[in-house]
Design a binder for this molecule. Structure first.
Ligand SMILES: [Zn+2]
Length: 151
């Protein structure tokens, strides 16, 4: 997919997420080399995988989902469930996610979920999950790297 085809969501950060506030920082040059066009657009420009296109949508193996940018472990496979067109999780690893309130169209507030270490855009957090935590992290597969647990 070309970067030009990638639609930026029609919303903007209210509080503004500043990259310089994150512990791990990478140059744009390095990330453009290291990440695919889609991975870059999602994690650095706040883009969104097309519904149903996310890798790991059907992944059910045991392991961890890491930040594709900085490798921080974000979600355990035991937290994953199938809800919509993106990989969903009902809880995140401790201190792995930074939340930012975004205002979407018609003033609807959305909670953006980003990697706590590098600020990569991951997806959004909703409070309508089907499990006990009632949380639903709706995450772009392009922001994740799955590592299978050692058997
Ligand atoms: Zn990260």
């Amino acid at each position: 997919m070309l970067a030009a085809e990638f639609k930026k969501p029609k919303m903007h950060c209210v509080e503004g997420k500043r990259k310089e506030n994150f512990r791990k920082r990478f140059s744009e040059e390095e990330l453009r080399k290291r990440l695919s066009v889609v991975e870059y657009a999602v994690t650095q420009l706040g883009g969104t995988d097309t519904s149903g296109s996310s890798r790991y949508l059907e992944e059910t193996r045991n392991g961890f989902y890491h930040c594709v940018v900085c490798t921080k472990p974000l979600f355990a496979s035991t937290a994953k469930f199938r809800h919509c067109g993106w990989p969903s999780f009902d809880r995140a690893q401790n201190d792995s996610i930074t939340e930012t309130v975004e205002r979407g169209q018609h003033g609807v507030k959305l909670t953006e979920a980003s990697c706590a270490d590098c600020g990569a855009h991951l997806g959004h957090k909703f409070k309508d999950g089907p499990t006990e935590s009632k949380l639903r992290y709706c995450i772009n597969g392009s922001a994740l790297e799955f590592k299978k647990a050692e058997a």
